[in-house]
Design a protein around this ligand. Structure first.
Ligand SMILES: Nc1ncnc2c1ncn2[C@@H]1O[C@H](COP(=O)(O)OP(=O)(O)OP(=O)(O)O)[C@@H](O)[C@H]1O
Ligand SMILES: [Mg+2]
Length: 227
């Protein structure tokens, strides 16, 4: 099943009266269950592509289909629902909510979905166990290491069981040992739950883990290798 289909996707940013051509006609298709990396130098358009795929921003041209729906034909409300139900996002800087505890951070997407309290509690506990952080439910993000915070971010992305998880340089702030643990965790979830993962990176170790590596340069696909 095709989860993401980018057809000649163009993204221009306006900047002080000039235009930055961030994506210049990207054609890419991702199937359910993929574990794929988008690699490329700084400024090549990796984050832009993930933000467009995650419906966090809108395309300037072409078409972006997510879960079979053409995102340019959807209202803000429909896009918000698609994001909420089907897509998990993991950011380089974790983006946890500092005033909330670990379990509150993880449970937040479920609360937004209107899941009742007892089920939120149950699923949050399961997600915490899935990422190996049992016993840390009551901590605040600042009381944890970077690797632990990234695990919380993974648990938060995972808890609603989305079809697709997008991760923007998920290991960039971690040392290589912890980075490897995070990759092993994502790979295990990909295998056990079948979640599709698309992540961006410029780290060779991360590319080695991926089963497919798409290289982009100057906003265009340069190569696409399935191992
Ligand atoms: N909000 C914005 N406004 C203007 N230009 C932007 C904006 N966001 C990104 N760009 C530009 O678009 C291009 C692609 O940026 P993008 O963040 O997608 O690159 P990247 O591959 O993720 O880089 P990095 O590896 O440094 O994270 C760059 O030239 C960048 O300067
Ligand atoms: Mg980036």
């Amino acid at each position: 099943m095709t989860v993401v289909k980018a057809e000649n996707v163009i993204k221009d940013y306006g900047l002080n009266g000039t235009t930055v051509h961030a994506l210049r006609g990207v054609n890419l298709e991702f199937q359910g269950g993929e574990f794929a990396a988008i690699a490329g130098p700084s400024g090549s358009g990796k984050s832009t592509f993930l933000h467009l795929t995650g419906c966090l921003d809108t395309i300037s041209g072409g078409a972006m289909l997510v879960g079979g729906s053409d995102t340019s034909k959807m209202s803000h409300k429909q896009l918000a629902l698609l994001r909420r139900h089907s897509i998990g996002f993991i950011f380089q800087a974790y983006n946890l909510i500092p005033v909330l505890s670990v379990e509150e951070n993880i449970g937040f997407p479920l609360t937004l979905l209107g899941v009742d309290k007892s089920e939120v509690k149950e699923r949050t506990a399961q997600a915490l166990a899935d990422v190996g952080l049992e016993g840390m439910a009551k901590r605040r993000p600042k009381e944890m290491s970077g690797g632990q915070q990234q695990r919380v971010a993974i648990a938060r992305a995972l808890v609603k069981k989305p079809a697709l998880i997008l991760a923007d340089e998920p290991t960039a702030n971690l040392d290589s040992t912890i980075g490897r643990e995070i990759l092993e965790l994502m790979l295990a979830l990909n295998k056990s739950v079948g979640t599709t993962f698309i992540f961006s990176t410029h780290d060779q170790m991360v590319m080695d883990y991926a089963r497919r590596v798409v290289h982009i340069r100057d906003g265009q696909v340069e190569s696409d290798e399935v191992k």
